[in-house]
Design a protein around this ligand. Structure first.
Ligand code: NAD
Ligand code: UDP
Length: 311
């Protein structure tokens, strides 16, 4: 059994990852500053794990040795990461340095939750890992996009300089139970609005596209990645390659909630990518992984979750 640190473990993805790692019998230390995460996300396992409230930008307390470290700590939704962009950037850069130094000190394998945002508003579609992206370095999304790009740089430099075992995945939009209803992401927004019989807020003309991965599939991809031999470093795209426009998403949400809600068109946020779709050939080949839960099924599960917490 392994001793594993999950930074950002009280968040949406982190809490699902911890569920799987606890099931496997590992010893889990969850580090989180609770900026966007919540103890509620891990309350069902707090008697089985150790929780450390700590901001990864600050020097780490003594935590002992680790076999594996997952770095998921970073606000992921535009609303949250833009609220304090300097802190977001520090989280990616200073946080990554603290994480990597801990991995160096303890000899742990270290995993970075990178993002499809490293491709920016992509001029190559769909996106392979070899694409270097089209990112605005000074826009309102840059604190996140450039921060995550910088974190990837740090991971690869630490691997080259200190022979660290790194695992970098680029996550495409992921959804499911425990998404924060108030963080403004499109799937949770549409579901909550529809359940409340409010108009669905479509930004721009709704023709921009995204590829939505169900959380269980993504976490399975994380575990496959961590289990690869040392030479597999990534970056590897993890996501569901089926692509939908936001208008198509409104239709599906309305269909599965059964509420005939109207649409309200609002301004498109600055630098909002027009399209996003991963090529996942590398994940299939190197991780023997591909998503299994398609959007209709995943939406039904997510709607069931939001319906239950509404009651
Ligand atoms: P989330 O906001 O639910 O989780 C992030 C967690 O990190 C929260 O618990 C938050 O409190 C914590 N955190 C933030 N800054 C921190 C800091 N400085 N120190 C300690 N803890 C900190 O978001 P999520 O959707 O679970 O995303 C997890 C990771 O996956 C993030 O790194 C995000 O960039 C990445 N990611 C997510 C998606 C997605 O669609 N959900 C897509 C691409 C990448
Ligand atoms: N979006 C929308 N209505 C909403 C929230 C988001 O139309 O209420 C759009 C947003 O402009 C973007 C897409 O949905 O084009 C995905 O947004 P999200 O914030 O979920 O993820 P990201 O832009 O980071 O991929």
């Amino acid at each position: 059994m392994k001793r594993i640190l999950v930074a950002g473990g009280a968040g949406f993805l982190g809490s699902h990852l911890i569920d799987r790692l606890v099931e496997q019998g590992h010893t889990i230390i969850c580090m989180d500053n609770l900026q966007t995460g919540a103890m509620d996300n891990i309350s069902h396992v707090t008697n089985k794990i150790q929780f450390v409230q700590h901001d990864i930008t600050e020097p780490f307390p003594e935590l002992g040795d680790f076999d594996e470290i997952y770095n998921l700590a970073c606000a992921a939704s535009p609303v949250h990461y833009q609220a304090d962009p300097v802190h977001t950037f520090k989280t990616s850069i200073l946080g990554a340095i603290n994480i990597l130094e801990l991995a160096r000190k303890t000899g742990a394998k270290v995993f970075q939750a990178s993002t499809s945002e490293v491709y920016g508003d992509p001029l190559v579609h769909p996106q392979p890992e070899q694409y270097w992206g089209n990112v605005n370095p000074i826009g309102i999304r840059s604190c996140y996009d450039e921060g995550k790009r910088g974190a990837e740089t740090l991971f690869f430099d630490y691997a080259r300089m200190y022979n660290l075992e790194i695992k970098v995945v680029r996550i495409f939009n992921t959804y499911g139970p425990r998404m924060d209803a108030k963080d403004g992401r499109v799937v949770s927004n549409f579901i909550v609005q529809s359940l409340q019989n409010k108009a669905l807020t479509v930004y721009g003309d709704g023709k921009q596209s995204r590829s939505f991965c169900y959380v269980d599939d993504l976490i399975e991809g994380f575990l496959h990645m961590m289990a690869t031999p040392k030479e597999i470093t990534g970056p590897i795209n993890l996501g569901n390659p089926n692509e939908f426009t936001m208008l198509e998403l409104t239709e599906k949400v309305i269909k599965w909630t059964g509420n005939e809600t109207s649409l309200k068109f609002e301004d498109l946020p600055q630098d909002d990518p027009k399209q996003r779709k991963p090529i996942i050939d590398e994940a299939k080949r190197l991780l023997d992984w591909e998503p299994k839960v398609m959007l209709d099924e995943g939406l039904q599960k997510t709607i069931a979750y939001f319906s239950a917490i509404k009651e």
